[in-house]
Design a binder for this molecule. Structure first.
Ligand SMILES: [Fe+2]
Length: 196
């Protein structure tokens, strides 16, 4: 379930807010400049869908967002692992997870629409950390230069449509902070009770 958890940056064990109410989530994120929306989902997309099938199924949404927001590049990122997945795939997933698990920024907006599965964006804004557990139907836009990290969990299972404004603005600049290691992981958050 989509869920927002907020902590003080110095109190990773005591959330000041945890909610699954989409309106409350939207308000909290809008207050710090993050765009969040729940969009209509397509039933013909699941973990077995190819990138082309995902792009086809969501063609109308993609066209609408590109026209209104000026995105010029769209692709699909997906990983679907289970405990039974081959060792080689599990190692690939571990490496993919590690890449953006440390705090970083981009010179461009980071926009993701979750067509399947889930992932957590941790936004370090001011003196707070906001963890946004995104699930199917969630659109999240993280503005350029926002410090954040992303956790897809030890067994990643997600399909995300990614939107870009250019083909070179989305590289990570790492802050060198170890703050990510002090906060609950994707695995811990997805087992946390929600107080919507
Ligand atoms: Fe990022």
């Amino acid at each position: 379930m989509t869920m927002l958890t907020i902590w003080s940056e110095t109190e990773p064990t005591e959330p000041v807010l945890r909610t699954s109410d989409p309106l409350r989530i939207g308000d909290e994120l809008a207050a710090v400049g993050i765009t969040f929306d729940r969009l209509e989902v397509r039933d013909d997309v699941d973990a077995s869908s190819s990138q082309e099938q995902v792009l086809d199924s969501y063609a109308a949404l993609i066209e609408r967002l590109c026209a209104s927001q000026g995105y010029t590049l769209v692709d699909v990122a997906q990983l679907h692992l289970t405990p039974e997945s081959p060792e080689e795939l599990l190692e690939t997933a571990t490496a993919a997870r590690a890449r953006f698990l440390n705090e970083h920024t981009h010179d461009e907006e980071e926009i993701r629409f979750f067509a399947h599965g889930s992932g957590v964006f941790y936004l370090h804004i001011g003196e707070r950390v906001l963890a946004m557990l995104c699930t199917k139907g969630d659109l999240l836009s993280v503005p350029a230069l926002t410090t954040h990290w992303f956790d897809m969990g030890t067994l990643p299972d997600f399909t995300a449509i990614r939107f870009f404004r250019s083909d070179d603005g989305w590289v990570g600049s790492f802050t060198g902070s170890d703050i990510a290691s002090r906060f609950p992981t994707f695995d811990e958050l997805t087992q946390a009770p929600s107080n919507a």
